[in-house]
Ligand binder design. Structure first.
Ligand SMILES: [Cu+2]
Length: 148
């Protein structure tokens, strides 16, 4: 069987576009009792975060604790939710009904130290259960940089 060169090139182009799409990942965070699991996640720019088993929960970005220019989010209570994050940096989010019980999580987009980490530390909301999540974020960042 003879295959035209143009057909081969077309096939390669098709395969490359498939692998390109596969580069954007989806990471799932599960709401368990009154916690997000995992509490801290690391993703690439353009990846999607999906929250599941959200009965009785929501997810909302904490004001001033997401990178500059990033879009804040607020999901509907009890519903699964997805957000695609393009801006590099750290994002702190909470479950509105259970924030006081420590239901706060963090997302890091991109490699290295998040550019807005200082801003997060300096934020007046960096206390209580939000402060606990920020500490956990610091620990996970330290762990990650130690692995390299
Ligand atoms: Cu909750």
């Amino acid at each position: 069987m003879k295959i035209a060169k143009s057909q081969v090139i077309g096939l390669i182009a098709a395969l490359m576009s498939i692998s390109g799409a596969a580069l954007a990942d989806e990471t799932t965070v599960t709401a368990k009792a009154t916690a997000f699991d995992p509490m801290v996640i690391f993703i690439k720019p353009g990846d999607t975060v999906k929250w599941t088993t959200m009965a009785g929960h929501d997810t909302a970005s904490v004001q001033g604790m997401i990178p500059e220019g990033a879009q804040p989010w607020q999901s509907k209570l009890g519903e699964e939710f997805s957000v695609t994050l393009d801006k590099e940096g750290a994002y702190i989010y909470k479950c509105t009904p259970h924030m006081g019980l420590g239901m706060v999580g963090a997302i890091v987009v991109g490699e290295g130290q998040p550019k807005n980490l200082e801003q997060i530390h300096a934020n007046p909301e960096n206390k209580g259960m939000v402060g606990r999540a920020v500490k956990k974020l610091d620990q996970e960042l330290k762990k990650k940089s130690g692995q390299k």
